[in-house]
Design a protein around this ligand. Structure first.
Ligand SMILES: Nc1ncnc2c1ncn2[C@@H]1O[C@H](COP(=O)(O)OP(=O)(O)O)[C@@H](O)[C@H]1O
Ligand SMILES: [Mg+2]
Length: 272
């Protein structure tokens, strides 16, 4: 126990952290980033990865399992530092800033497992503890989550249970979206859920996401055709490298990895 208490994280604030510009612009830059997980040094999860994301831009990341998509998110949140290259948020290298300041500017919407065993209020305001009930309802409304939350037996005081058993998958996703709306951060990291939703939930989730992504820099690990079609740019990753980049139309015409993935992955869920 004492060993644990005395452990110092490898990622810690520099002595004199550089301030991120205020107000935030929301630009994100990766230059020649190479990263190996400490427990798997023989595999480079990202190799010489370079990507400039402009403020407000939506970039969809597509690639086979193990390509390095989630690793990009891990590095943006600075859970690890790359062995080579630099990642910058609004021009400031992540290693020069206070990790708390960086994370403050990021909202992450994970694929699933988004609920804590706590009441609805705490589940929603997890990204911003000082949010008022009024602000919570406003976010819930914008996330298409208001009506089912209003119908909970004790409203926001309702306990959501171990794995959110009271809410359907689509409802849980909308809670995660409402949480991110409340947080109102300039950077959004979105790991799109793969689980199939019924058509109505799908539409409600999609609308809620459109609202969340508007006017925000978004990196989305995309599993749906609708998402990649709407993205400003699609980046195709394979074995830690960017192998293709462009719009859905350009990449489909190119007939490479994207075209192949798209015909396999998207055809299963949607009639393209
Ligand atoms: N925590 C980890 N420790 C060691 N290796 C990891 C870890 N997470 C991912 N990897 C490895 O890094 C590579 C990229 O993984 P990941 O970014 O999760 O891919 P994707 O999200 O595209 O499926 C894979 O080879 C994977 O096995
Ligand atoms: Mg992943």
């Amino acid at each position: 126990m004492s060993e644990l208490l005395h452990a110092r994280p490898k990622i810690s604030p520099p002595e004199r952290p550089e301030q991120l510009p205020s107000p935030a612009r929301g630009s994100l830059s990766f230059r020649n980033v190479t990263f190996r997980y400490p427990t798997r040094p023989e595999v480079a999860a990202l190799k010489d990865f370079t990507l400039e994301v402009e403020p407000g831009e939506t970039v969809a990341i597509v690639g086979p399992s193990g390509a390095g998509k989630s690793t990009i998110f891990q590095l943006v949140e600075r859970f690890y530092d790359p062995q080579a290259g630099t990642i910058r948020l609004d021009g400031v290298p992540l290693t020069k800033a206070d990790p708390a300041d960086i994370r403050q500017r990021i909202a992450f919407v994970p694929q699933d497992g988004v609920l804590f065993s706590a009441n609805a209020r705490d589940n929603l305001r997890y990204g911003r503890w000082d949010a008022s009930d009024e602000e919570i309802w406003e976010a819930a409304r914008a996330a298409n989550a208001e009506s089912f939350l209003r119908n909970l037996p004790k409203g926001l005081d309702t306990f959501l249970g171990e794995s959110g058993t009271r809410l359907s998958g689509g409802q849980q996703q909308r809670v995660a979206i409402a949480r991110a709306l409340l947080r109102d951060s300039p950077i959004l990291l979105l790991d799109e859920a793969t689980s199939a939703l019924d058509a109505e939930s799908e539409l409600l989730v999609q609308q809620a996401l459109d609202g969340l992504m508007a006017n925000r820099t978004t990196l989305v690990i995309a599993h749906r055709l609708a998402t990649v079609r709407k993205a400003d740019r699609i980046v195709v990753l394979d074995e830690g490298r960017i192998v293709e980049q462009g719009t859905h139309r350009q990449l489909t015409d190119q007939g490479g990895l994207y075209a192949r993935l798209a015909s396999l992955q998207f055809a299963a869920t949607e009639a393209a």
